[in-house]
Design a protein around this ligand. Sequence first.
Ligand code: GLU
Length: 384
Amino acid sequence: MTSTSTPTAAIPTPSLATFRRIVVKVGSSLLVDQTKGELKRAWLEALADDLASLHAAGKDVLVVSSGSIALGRTVLKLPRGPLKLADSQAAAAVGQIALARSWSEVLGARGITAGQILVTLNDTEERQRYLNARETIGRLLDMRAVPVINENDTVATSEIRYGDNDRLAARVATMASADCLILLSDVDGLYTAPPHLDPKAELVQVVPRVTFEIESMAGGAASEFSRGGMQTKIEAAKIATTGGTHMVIADGRVEHPVQRVADGGRCTWFLTPSNPVTARKKWIAGSLEARGTIHVDDGAAKALMGGASLLPAGVTRVEGAFARGDCVVLRSAGGAEIGRGLVAYDAGEAAQLIGINTREIEAILGMPGQAWLVHRDDMVLAGE
Ligand code: GLU
């Protein structure tokens, strides 16, 4: 590694104050005392203070917390060392209860409601389930609650699990259109070489883009307690930054670790060239095959151009056998493609909603539903 290849501090780092939606990922080794196998309550309380001050500043806060397996294995008196899948699932089943309770208590003590969300790989990769999870997260945030998220380790089998919360947190961050992801870790950032082996290793303060060179800086180290080594953090950085989310790796071993990032403490920033909405739109426009068409009237076409969501009232016809979450083409009265988007209803429901007023949705479908057929954030217009 030559010194010229190390990204330098000359590139300005973002300020936490500028973000509106922040995901904080907490690793097991920070949260759980490695010798006693118990929760580090004082540390968690201090972190909760940090999260409460972000929340009080009007930011949406999400937590991705590991620790269920580390807590559960103590209770179940499982041996040290790597666990068999079934044992780690049993440990997670026991530990997740304690983990969620602790989060609920520490946030509750600061006037914040916590909501537990356990996700599997499918929930983030399959479009319909992705939309469900995204909506739940969105509703919780609308109500100023803090989603506390972990992988649903009790049901996830080895082929369909993340296994590390670094990548999970990155997917959650892009799914929630967060603009910042903070990975609290037992290192203070990415080094040019493994710092315990190379005394000349330097902390990389800013990574403008995850290149092959950056990837090769990451060693493979992972402890018994935390699954994610630097490699999974770099993978997470790739997911986050292509999804429009800035990511930072910071030392979580200090008290008030998030405040430390806010104060400009040592850490590594991975910058995204994009923002969550643009990245999402690119995905909708570029990588999804359309499953149907929704024709809209002139008034709706105009409203869409003005930045509105597509409401049932402006729909004149639907075609295709699309499911909820599929990509559909939006066409004007003259037949021109005006955009594409992810549809909030399946084809059968959409057909019943043609031309109706939003207030009638519940009566027609027999259940409450979304006010829109395609939400603005799930839509990309031609030329956008
Ligand atoms: N989901 C696992 C747990 O809560 C942790 C995975 C990780 O350490 O990244 O125990």
